[in-house]
Design a binder for this molecule. Structure first.
Ligand code: GAL
Length: 426
């Protein structure tokens, strides 16, 4: 994805929608459904708090519709996605489910005939003018738009505790991988228990998340994007060098051989027992939900080696084919896409609005900084959170990382081979 392309709002697709005149009959019925079931993996902490802000609004606006929250816990949807597939196969689709913009929506669900076409909502709700055109492209298949983005998260964020850093003599954020290694040595020397905080639990997705960042930091955006077009080989020197950096990073933690989920692992930052943590910006919402303070208990920077790059992902909501409460779901989707809904949800979820007209005064200093970077950085997709590859690739990537970590993080060539096999199977 080229620099700034997401901010080129809508021109082409807005015109296309106007010409096809999809403003619809089918998608504008009033909600008379008695129930509405929504499916996510936002089951606790900051994630559940964000969701609740929006579901509270929904319930206030739809008092006669019973709200059913079918969340399945597990970061990045590792557990939820498996449950979802079996529900869909059993003809028991929820009324709306969470899915990431990019290959996840398009290849894993839309291309499989699992989703209804939502294109008409984009003209009737004016979304063709307020969602970036390139974001809409990421949820479009054969000219039809299949989901509603509710946010933009950033995956490549470095988090640390300013007090712990000061004790180790670290006064500025590292901007390169080399600077990060130097600082990790400083944390080590200062007796910080875990210089590099790693989350090895929850099906290894967080270890894959870290590798996704290290790949980008090590080879740069063009080569990284080439991994998903076939232009960069998974068994070539760039990936080998990245895995070496990754292996070195892991040596500052417990090599990832732990059973911590991202929330549990990240608590080492706010408690002051951890040095650096690389995690998506949902971590900030989680810490605030636990009572920690931005700037005092934790702070942030673009992850080293990726300054000027925004590794993005977007949570979106869908209308599955066969949803039992279709009108209730459409009402939900309209709220998801609205300014009111997004500005209630995102400040608590730790993400920025996917709309170009959000009210930034409602967002904290981290999110305001993220919004500024989103407006100027080069955008690069997240692999682990659905942009670059489908669910099959993600499961295979998680499994490859699980194997690497369990094997003591030694078999670098084996990891590259497993990733190449995952890419070949796409
Ligand atoms: C991502 C999701 C985020 C957050 C994160 C950790 O896949 O897009 O909203 O939930 O997982 O669970």
């Amino acid at each position: 994805m080229r620099k700034n392309s997401f901010r080129l709002v809508a021109a082409a697709s807005a015109i296309a929608l106007a010409i096809t005149g999809c403003s619809s009959s089918k998608n504008d019925a009033a909600n008379t459904d008695s129930q509405f079931e929504i499916f996510t993996w936002w089951a606790s902490g900051g994630e559940a708090a964000g969701l609740k802000a929006m579901t509270d609004l929904y319930q206030a606006q739809n008092p006669n519709t019973e709200f059913i929250n079918a969340a399945v816990a597990g970061g990045a949807g590792v557990n939820a996605k498996a449950v979802l597939v079996s529900r869909i196969e059993a003809g028991d689709a929820p009324d709306s489910f969470q899915a990431h913009a990019g290959k996840e929506v398009v290849a894993s669900y839309a291309a499989q005939g699992k989703l209804e076409d939502l294109t008409s909502l984009y003209s009737s709700e004016g979304w063709d003018k307020v969602f970036p055109a390139d974001l809409i492209k990421q949820i479009t298949l054969d000219g039809k738009i299949y989901s509603v983005p509710v946010n933009i998260h950033r995956a490549n964020v470095l988090w640390w505790n300013p007090g712990t850093a000061a004790k180790a003599g670290i006064t500025a954020a590292p901007t390169t991988l080399d600077e990060m290694f130097t600082d990790l040595d400083k944390f080590k020397k200062a007796g910080v228990k875990t210089p590099m905080v790693l989350a090895g639990g929850e099906g290894s997705w967080a270890m894959a998340h870290l590798l996704d960042y290290v790949l980008l930091a090590s080879m740069g955006a063009d080569k990284f994007e080439g991994l998903f077009t076939g232009a960069t080989s998974w068994t070539g020197p760039e990936v080998a060098a990245a895995i070496k950096n990754y292996q070195r990073l892991l040596s500052y933690g417990d090599k990832g051989k732990n059973s911590y989920g991202w929330g549990e692992a990240g608590a080492a930052i706010t408690k002051g027992t951890g040095g650096f943590f690389i995690m998506g910006d949902w971590a900030s919402a989680q810490w605030q939900n636990e009572g920690s303070k931005l700037g005092t208990d934790y702070t942030f920077a673009a992850a080293p080696g990726t300054v000027g790059l925004y590794q993005w992902l977007s949570d979106t909501f869908t209308l599955p084919v066969g949803a039992k409460h279709r009108n209730a779901a459409l009402t939900w989707l309209k709220l998801c896409g609205s300014k009111e809904g997004q500005d209630a949800f995102n400040p608590l979820k730790g993400s920025i609005s996917a709309r170009t007209d959000s009210d930034l005064t409602k967002y904290d200093a981290y999110l305001q900084a993220a919004a500024a970077d989103w407006g100027k950085d080069r955008l690069v997709g997240s692999t682990v959170h659905g942009v670059n590859a489908d669910n099959t690739f993600m499961s295979a990537m998680n499994a490859a990382l699980g194997k690497y970590v369990t094997g003591g993080a030694k078999d670098n060539a084996g990891l590259a081979k497993d990733l190449a096999a995952a890419a070949a199977a796409k």
